[in-house]
Ligand binder design. Structure first.
Ligand SMILES: Cc1cc2nc3c(=O)[nH]c(=O)nc-3n(C[C@H](O)[C@H](O)[C@H](O)COP(=O)(O)OP(=O)(O)OC[C@H]3O[C@@H](n4cnc5c(N)ncnc54)[C@H](O)[C@@H]3O)c2cc1C
Length: 798
């Protein structure tokens, strides 16, 4: 009887599972609130005990944009184990805020638990003011909470990385970066009607297709945006796709968005969620890596043995071990912090804090960022902006959310997409600061060593050359969220600053924020360029058709010029959220922290893979470049470990033996249960029925599981598994040198294959625990008071 009950229970469970699996295609019927949606994402864990004390081939510290991209790619090798440890949450409790594009601005997450809550130090060159410094803290990192602009820099920008690393092991230049950015990308074209209405120009050959990351255009674009490109054109600029290597011009740029679903795409959604069947990948969230452990030296180099981690200062500390590498992917502020806490950093920073100096490297130096200033303009009444939506005037946001939930469409699918780049000549700026004197002054201000100074001279020479080229000096962005319903903002962001600062730990506690000093406007030329760029925007708004809409300058005010203007922009400027350079990929004698394989100098097996390694700014928001860095890093790492030795076939046969043993145990258990039941049948008949029912149930369950697994396998094609839209890709791919087939492993994902290495990973224990319980969207306040990020200038929010 018990066996029969068990069998029935198993059948009921299996039926429930199959029932749940009927929402296989959210593309056709996307319901982000479906309570079972999470079942199809891969399991994650928050349980430290699942991984503590174990060993993994690769430990990635930081499950952000780069960390998860790298993890997803490395895990494609089924015989390699990958552990990601992320300090923040898995996003399940803020799913709606992350997913709905407009909420990136209107319910920004960077100031709550999904942000680090950092501030800069008082900035000596910006009126001694401290500025907020938002950074994402959670799976997907800043890419899960950001403004979703998808753009890459000019060819010049990436070729500069190569020029700064002459004769290096790995080539980093435009061709490489374009190839790897495109590997990540799957571009969805806008409709012809939309392209015509808003003057959207797309050059499909410049983009990727078949990558996991969905790139598209907002379904709902506000009418005012149609004026953007023509206004620039009236000043002689070309409306074009800026992804082809020259950013000077105007564009309506795509976003990291699955347009058909009206939903954000990020490294978790693209590279991790679909890998439900990858047991070699473990993702642990809500645990902060506090230190890299070194237990040995190899040929005089440091060898990492693993990392320590803990949830917070009051929680238990754990250790986990690596077989191959520790990869630091904490982002450009937290990666230098972790390296320094681990004894890799400037002796001048570590020694006063009583930390050992294992490698005296200029970690945290060469820090630079795009500094951004928001101007505001009054517009004619009645023109639709974001204001009413953002402030939920007359329930506008409630209605928009209902529309988004019903049809994945409407105003909440919009994120700012109207941008353009101008060069130095456009703003009439031709000054070239003396590279040697400027580097010396910057180095003296912060006590940078001679190696960093040498690297700065090389960088400044490149930047001076860019003064005469089309390398963008400023990004100009139109924002639809002004100070009131009849105003908009125009953001002016310096792309190639001369100013440099530093990120340095202030204490030996991993739970204290580091000193963040980008030294905005520290070099006088940056001040002059910003003033000139503000002048250029004043000219732009006098051009038609925008001139017919804009009625006046609200802030700083048309009469604010000279020193008053400098004070105005120093007061409210802040980060464009693009820190980099804090673990620069440069020759060691030029201030490098990592070499071109992204390995930290002086270590055997520690790499940095995130925005920190970029040695020089690019004229673009940083996401695309960071995806490119992570994709290239994955191939560098795979190449290193791709030994040719055959994988022993015993792996397969030993797992078969295990399953046989498991199934042979079933009759025994079933028989024991049946023997205890009551029936008029003979004992032999009872046992027979019990065994039969038990075996039947096990077989039925097995068949159902096989069916489910097969469905999942078939679903691995990007357009079949429901993770990606079935919207057609841009045509024309695969015909140029950046085609996907030229990229190793570039045909979408997931691909699960073994690499030919004697170092197999499956003999180690893996975490299989899941931690996701609810979709949590119901927990979100509907129509609640709007909350902005703690900083008050929406024009700086992108
Ligand atoms: C508010 C905001 C808006 C932005 N808007 C855009 C935009 O519109 N377009 C664009 O291209 N770029 C944008 N960016 C920049 C872009 O998001 C970043 O350049 C990019 O995410 C950098 O990737 P990363 O992997 O280096 O760092 P991140 O994506 O920040 O990832 C770092 C991860 O590591 C985790 N972490 C850090 N330290 C530890 C530790 N010790 N242990 C465990 N985990 C740790 C963090 O919590 C985080 O999840 C924006 C950034 C921000 C903050």
């Amino acid at each position: 009887m018990r066996a029969l009950t068990l069998a029935l229970a198993l059948v009921a469970l299996a039926t429930h599972l199959v029932g749940a699996l009927t929402i296989r295609n959210p593309t056709e019927d996307y319901n982000p609130n479906h309570p079972n949606l999470r079942m199809f994402r891969r399991a994650l864990t928050t349980n430290a005990a699942d991984v503590a004390g174990k060993s993994y081939d690769f430990i990635i510290a930081g499950g952000g944009l780069a960390g998860l991209t790298l993890a997803g790619r490395l895990a494609e090798w089924s015989n390699v184990t990958v552990l990601v440890i992320e300090a923040g949450g898995d996003g399940s409790d803020v799913d709606l805020q992350e997913t709905v594009p407009g909420f990136a601005y209107m319910k920004g997450l960077s100031s709550g638990p999904y942000g680090w809550g950092y501030k800069t130090t008082n900035l000596s060159s910006s009126l001694n003011l401290a500025k907020n410094y938002p950074l994402g803290k959670g799976l997907g990192g800043s890419g899960a909470i950001n403004g979703m602009f998808w753009c890459r820099g000019s060819a010049d920008d990436y070729d500069a990385w190569g020029a700064l690393n002459p004769g290096a092991a790995e080539t980093w230049n435009w061709a490489e970066m374009q190839k790897y950015i495109n590997k990540a990308e799957h571009l969805q074209l806008p409709s012809k009607e939309q392209a015509d209405q808003f003057h959207i120009v797309v050059d499909p050959k410049a983009h990727g297709s078949g990558g996991p990351l969905q790139i598209g255009f907002s379904k709902h674009i506000y009418p005012i945006v149609a004026n953007w490109a023509p206004t620039w054109e009236s000043l002689g600029f070309t409306n074009k796709d800026l992804a082809a290597g020259n950013v000077r011009g105007v564009t309506i740029t795509p976003s990291t968005m699955d347009a058909a679903k009206g939903a954000r795409s990020d490294s978790r959604r693209a590279y991790i969620d679909p890998k439900a069947n990858f047991p070699n990948l473990t993702v642990l969230s809500r645990q902060q890596v506090t230190k890299i452990m070194f237990n040995d030296t190899l040929g005089g180099n440091l060898t990492a043995s693993g990392v320590q981690f803990q949830a917070d200062a009051a929680s238990t500390q754990y250790s986990v071990f690596c077989n191959k590498e520790v990869i630091v992917s904490g982002g450009a502020i937290n990666s230098p912090k972790l390296l320094q806490l681990s004894g890799i950093g400037p002796a001048s920073v570590l020694q006063p804090l009583g930390l050992p100096v294992l490698a005296d490297l200029p970690v945290g130096q060469n820090f630079h960022d795009h500094v951004s200033y928001g101007m505001y303009f009054n517009i004619q009444a009645g023109i639709e902006t974001w204001y009413n939506l953002a402030m939920n005037v007359s329930g506008a946001q409630d209605a928009a959310l209902a529309q988004w939930q019903a049809s994945a469409d409407g105003p909440l699918t919009y994120v700012n997409e109207a941008i353009g780049y101008i060069n130095a000549a456009d703003i009439g700026f031709a000054t070239r600061p003396d590279p040697v004197a400027t580097a010396a002054a910057v180095a003296a201000k912060y006590g940078f060593p001679a190696s960093v100074q040498k690297g700065l001279v090389a960088s400044y020479n490149i930047q001076n050359a860019q003064i005469a080229t089309d390398a963008g000096q400023f990004e100009i962005i139109m924002h639809l969220w002004g100070k009131d319903a009849s105003s908009i903002a125009i953001q002016v962001a310096l792309q190639h600053p001369y100013s440099r600062g530093h990120v340095s730990i202030a204490s030996a506690s991993p739970f204290d924020q580091p000193i963040i000093d980008p030294d905005y406007f520290g070099v006088e030329e940056d001040v002059q360029m910003m003033a000139d760029a503000v002048g250029w925007v004043r000219k732009l708004v006098t051009q038609p058709p925008l001139s017919g809409i804009i009625t006046g300058e609200m802030l700083p005010g048309a009469n604010v010029t000279g020193d008053d203007l400098v004070t105005a922009f120093k007061t409210t400027s802040g980060t464009e959220f693009h820190p980099l350079g804090t673990a620069s990929m440069l020759p060691k004698d030029s201030g490098g922290v990592v070499d071109t394989t992204l390995t930290v100098y002086g270590t055997v097996n520690v790499r940095v893979v995130d925005a920190s390694v970029m040695p020089l700014q690019v004229a673009a928001h940083l996401m695309a470049s960071t995806y490119g860095v992570a994709e290239k890093a994955a191939d560098i790492i795979k190449a290193k470990y791709a030994f040719k030795a055959a994988v022993p076939s015993s792996a397969a046969s030993s797992s078969k033996a295990t399953s046989t043993a498991a199934s042979s145990a079933a009759p025994t258990n079933t028989a024991a249960g049946a023997a205890a039941g009551e029936s008029s049948l003979s004992t032999g008949a009872k046992i027979g029925i019990g065994v039969g029912a038990g075996i039947g149930a096990v077989l039925l369950l097995g068949a159902i599981l096989l069916f489910c697994i097969n469905r999942n396998k078939k679903a691995n094609h990007p357009n079949k598994n429901g993770w990606y839209t079935s919207q057609p890709a841009a045509t024309g791919y695969g015909q140029d040198s950046y085609a996907m087939q030229n990229v190793p492993g570039g045909q979408g994902q997931p691909q699960h294959q073994q690499f030919d290495s004697p170092h197999r990973g499956f003999d180690r224990p893996l975490s299989a625990a899941g931690s996701i319980d609810t979709m949590a969207t119901n927990d979100l306040p509907r129509g609640a008071t709007q909350y902005r990020d703690s900083y008050d200038a929406p024009a700086r929010r992108h």
